[in-house]
Design a protein. Structure first.
Length: 256
């Protein structure tokens, strides 16, 4: 029960890494607020947590709107009385190569990843400080550490998110708030992965997946549950002396 008595707010928790993290955090004792635009799958996540004896709520949140971001924090505190952990996990695959990137697609990925992360942290930090300190966590990416020619906007947005984690780690340390990022490699069988396969029309899914496995020392793709385990570590007291870190969880992709 590493998160017993804690309250966690997770964006993008209807599916994929967010869903796996919400379920694991609840299993470890946290009360969880699931912020997402996908109501159907988010409610399924809530039901899974409650059926296992945990406590969770769904807060409809459009991360393109700062007012919704502020409301998700308020709704969490109204329901659970406080906030200890803010995990900005939501993400979009975004556009592909620079020559096919539209202004609309650029604005969406930068808003969902960076702007929503910034303002989510702003509103969450005030409540976490009231609770006596806690954790802010971002889902970065291996492509925020190493550049991608397949999708420069994704790399730029995730690199910005990693710098946000570092700057907030410095800015919020005096308030007892640790700030870190988990940086996944490719995760099979998630909606975001399907978006990755679709963003460049010349990608052959089987070949692209095989290439991603072959370039890693651990010759496979990751799972949402493995990413959730890393997020749990960074959010838990086990990582009490860790802040400002971008932790690759990518099968060795960052070193290959």
């Amino acid at each position: 029960m590493k998160l017993e008595g804690k309250v966690a707010l997770i964006t993008g928790a209807a599916t994929g890494i967010g869903r796996a993290s919400a379920i694991l955090f609840a299993k470890e004792g946290a009360k969880v607020a699931i912020a997402d635009i996908n109501e159907k799958d988010a409610l399924e996540t809530v039901h899974s947590i409650k059926n296992a004896g945990g406590d969770a709520i769904f807060v409809y949140t459009n991360l393109m709107k700062v007012s919704d971001i502020e409301n998700m924090v308020k709704a969490t505190v109204d329901r659970f009385g406080k906030l200890d952990i803010f995990f900005h996990n939501a993400g979009v695959a975004g556009p592909g190569r620079i020559e096919t990137t539209t202004e609309e697609a650029y604005d969406q990925i930068m808003t969902v990843h960076v702007k929503a992360g910034f303002f989510g942290a702003k509103f969450a930090a005030a409540e976490i400080k009231k609770a006596g300190g806690g954790v802010i966590l971002f889902t970065g990416s291996g492509l925020g550490i190493r550049p991608s020619r397949q999708t420069p906007t994704y790399s730029v947005s995730k690199a910005a998110l990693l710098m946000l984690a570092r700057t907030l780690a410095v800015a919020l340390a005096a308030d007892g708030i640790r700030v870190n990022a988990v940086c996944p490699g490719p995760i099979a069988s998630t909606p975001l992965w399907q978006g990755v396969l679709a963003r460049n029309p010349d990608i052959v899914p089987d070949q692209y997946e095989k290439m991603n496995m072959e370039v890693r020392p651990i010759k496979r793709l990751g799972t949402p549950e493995e990413m959730a385990a890393a997020a749990l570590f960074l959010a838990s007291p086990d990582a009490s002396y860790i802040t400002g870190v971008a932790l690759p969880v990518d099968g060795g992709g960052a070193i290959s």
